[in-house]
Design a protein around this ligand. Structure first.
Ligand code: BT5
Length: 244
């Protein structure tokens, strides 16, 4: 698979929304949507993704043959690709994978991933992987200024967005091919190794609930396994890691 078909926009509500519409109309796997900025960029749970000009906003259309409950696995495939791309620019030292969908630099968010899917007749029809990478942004809005960073913020120089796009897509293709060939157990192992999450004390906010315990890694669907103080293993499918 190659991302040979790229729909480019200067301004759009959300590249995920556009990719979703295209896929609903039959756009094949391998197409992607890119925009210079987004006016309604979204995170999970409809949270806002600040999307000023100068960063990468891309959504990929995938049509893997797999059960619907496996779709969240693709978030980890994308996270590995983003991390490998960023490692090449920033080195490995301060980059961290944060469950489930973030890539952090020195505790600040540099990239987020939004995985969405469509199910038709009980089967997975398509998956949209939306990736935002902060590339050339110098100043962030005050709501996120203490928790967001860009490649520019680390290196002090600008990067070509075409280069970022091309390299990211190349890394994604590589990890996606590995996933299709070797399955999620391969991705899970690579992600667990790189996130160094096993054995760490974590606090996860899931809606109003706060769950604390020792992380045991991922289950086969990408849920985070946490051992509680009563030695019970909890499977956490959604949430935000507050402490890790
Ligand atoms: C995410 O959600 O991190 C998923 C972000 C996905 C964005 C891409 S861009 C292309 C595609 N099109 C879209 O519309 N979306 C995708 P979540 O884990 O829920 O994190 C959201 C939180 O991240 C917000 O509540 C803020 O705290 C923070 N945030 C928002 N904008 C940010 C930015 N530009 N950089 C760093 N953090 C940000």
């Amino acid at each position: 698979m190659r991302f040979s078909k790229i729909y480019s926009f200067k301004k759009i509500f959300s590249t995920n929304d556009k990719a979703f519409k295209l896929a609903s109309r039959g756009e094949p796997e391998g197409a992607c949507v890119i925009s210079e900025r987004q006016t309604r960029g979204r995170g999970r749970l409809n949270r806002k993704w600040y999307s000023k000009q100068g960063n990468l906003y891309v959504s990929l259309i995938l049509r893997p043959l797999m059960p619907t409950n496996a779709a969240p696995q693709l978030t980890f495939v994308a996270a590995l690709a983003v991390k490998e791309f960023l490692e090449k620019q920033l080195g490995n030292n301060k980059l961290q994978l944060k469950w489930p969908n973030d890539v952090m630099w020195n505790g600040k968010k540099i990239s987020g991933i939004l995985t969405e899917m469509e199910v038709k007749d009980n089967r997975l029809d398509f998956v949209i992987i939306g990736i935002g990478i902060n590339v050339n942004q110098r100043v962030f809005p005050k709501q996120i200024s203490d928790k967001a960073i860009s490649i520019y913020g680390v290196l002090g120089r600008k990067m070509s967005l075409n280069k970022v796009r091309d390299e990211l897509l190349r890394y994604f293709e590589k990890w996606y091919a590995g996933y299709l060939k070797k399955g999620f157990s391969y991705i899970k192992k690579e992600w667990e190794e790189r996130s160094r999450i096993r054995g760490r004390r974590v606090v996860v906010q899931d809606g109003r609930k706060k769950i604390e315990g020792i992380a045991q890694g991922l289950n086969s669907e990408g849920a985070l396994l946490v051992k509680s103080s009563e030695d019970e293993i909890l499977e956490i499918f959604t949430g935000d890691l507050l402490c890790y």
